[in-house]
Design a protein. Sequence first.
Length: 179
Amino acid sequence: MGLFDDWRHCPRCGARIEPDDGRAECAACGYIAYANSAPASCALCVDHEGRVLLTRRRWEPYAGMWDLPGGFLGEDEHPLDALRRELLEETGLVVEPYEWFGAFLVPYGEGPGTRTVLNLVWLSRVVGGTPCAADDVTELKWFALDELPPLREIAMAEPLERWLTEQRGPRRGPHPSGL
């Protein structure tokens, strides 16, 4: 499944097209589109007590599921700027990323037209703001590791799953806040 699954006509001129191998090219007007993953920035926020911040999604895909806070980058937006903007919009919190965690390719929804998201994840800490579920979320909550919902109830859970695996392995050292 991918971006071009439902494409039958050029979005620019309306001529018939047949996307092939992640590319849609219109012979009539010359328009070309590529099925690239959509970049997003997410924060894996851990507080001084070792709790993880999750948000409950308002909209599909995955409405009602828990998720790491974050969102899509604007076309000319730096990933770290997007991370800070999205966290403030969704949670009312000001965050500071302190360590790159990884890049994850995850499906965004199910069925025809499902996009792939390039999810860029940073370990982050809250440095200000007032917690408030807003924008794309209905709830935010800090979870102790033994209180986390099952991974099947967390949208795009791969980053959190990897982080939990690392937490069960050799210790990474103290929290960067020194607390």
